[in-house]
Design a protein around this ligand. Structure first.
Ligand code: NAI
Ligand code: OAA
Length: 332
């Protein structure tokens, strides 16, 4: 029997990531090839005409799974009964800026949109915050939408996770789908810690640790980490615009794994509400390794953390604590 359509909200839908992600959602990349969708697209008044242009293109593309399109500048109409909310709306950073430099503009958006989601979205709506500073925007959204379960509010660090897989695959000259279980700890910022200590590569003679195959701890502990941490900035420098194709694709990966599950033996990185696991202060939105089953994520427990990792995990937690204070000072 055909499934009922799910309503997917994309805020900032007239922007770059919006333009890349809506066709992916309409093609089933986010929720599966048998899941019909109704797209809700929100943007602000100055972008209303462009948003309508995106709606026209969605109609013209005649996607079989797309059962309806709502294109609006009204946040209440946009949030109505949505099952999934991908929060992209906001301002991207430019060359030379850190992601927290867009804090003032963006956190106030997330405070406002929190109540619209709380009041109008489906009760079990899954929320993914993409706009920067992603962890702190998600935290503000969570704190100003207290009735949305904390398990339902996440932020995107899957792009960093995928970047780390990509770097290992390039280095070892293996296919990216044969690399798994890297971890992004912490903030989606230049303090994030991409950790390969538990990562594996599938080879013709079984799974092998990434550290053993790379056999260059110096590279793994320095250049690999900074390349992943700085990849967003490198894309901005090259494109003069921030990552959009890869951000859209990773956002689809995040929601697909959350809703449909992670493959057995594989984890992914998600920015989630910390329950104190690995000694990370409760109540931060922090990126952890997670597995997903039946629409719920769980933090992977029991991984051995060495001194090098501990220091890096704590440094990125410290930045999140500072960002939280800064966000509240911006909100006044
Ligand atoms: N977490 C991650 O991995 C990544 C996050 N980002 C972030 O995603 C965000 C969007 O990036 P782009 O699409 O490149 O930017 P963009 O500027 O092309 O699009 C953003 C859209 O948001 C709209 N917008 C602004 N205020 C809004 C509001 N109150 N409600 C609804 N829409 C609103 C703008 O009109 C614009 O159309 C930025 O904050 C960027 O830094 C970008 C790449 C990766
Ligand atoms: O770097 C930026 O500002 C955009 C972003 O978050 C990323 O590409 O990771």
């Amino acid at each position: 029997m055909a499934k009922n359509p799910l309503r997917v909200l994309v805020t900032g839908a007239a922007g770059q990531i919006g333009y890349a992600i809506v066709p992916m959602i309409a093609r089933g990349v986010m929720l599966g090839p048998d899941q019909p969708v109704i797209l809700h697209m929100l943007d602000i008044e100055p972008a209303a005409e462009a948003l309508n242009g995106v709606k026209m293109e969605l109609i013209d593309a005649a996607f079989p799974l797309l059962k309806g399109v709502v294109a609006t500048t009204d946040v209440v109409e946009a949030c109505k009964e949505v099952n999934v909310a991908v929060m992209v709306g906001g301002f991207p950073r430019k060359e030379g800026m850190e992601r927290k430099d867009v804090m003032t503009k963006n956190v106030s958006i997330y405070k406002k949109q929190a109540s619209a989601l709380e009041q109008h979205a489906a009760p079990d709506c899954k929320v993914l915050v993409v706009a920067n500073p992603a962890n702190t925007n998600a935290l503000i959204l969570k704190e100003f939408a207290p009735s949305i379960p904390e398990k339902n509010i996440t932020c995107l660090t899957r792009l960093d996770h995928n970047r780390a897989l990509g770097q290992i695959s390039e280095r070892l000259n293996v296919h990216v789908s044969d690399v798994k279980n890297v971890i992004i700890w912490g903030n989606h910022s230049s303090t994030q810690y991409p950790d390969v200590n538990h990562a594996k590569v599938t080879t013709s003679s079984g799974e092998k640790p990434v550290r053993e195959l790379v056999a260059d701890d110096q590279w793994l502990n320095t250049e690999f980490i900074t390349t992943v941490q700085q990849r967003g900035a490198a894309i901005i420098k090259a494109r003069k615009l921030s990552s959009a194709l890869s951000a859209a694709s990773s956002a689809c990966d995040h929601i697909r794994n959350w809703v449909l599950g992670t493959p057995k033996g594989t984890w992914v990185s998600m920015g989630v509400y910390s329950d104190g696991s690995y000694g990370i202060e409760r109540g931060l939105i922090y990126s952890f390794p997670v597995t997903c089953e039946k629409g719920e994520w769980s933090i992977v427990q029991g991984l051995k953390i060495d001194e090098f990792s501990r220091a890096k995990m704590d440094a990125t937690a410290k930045e999140l604590i500072e960002e939280k204070a800064l966000a509240y000072s911006c909100l006044g």
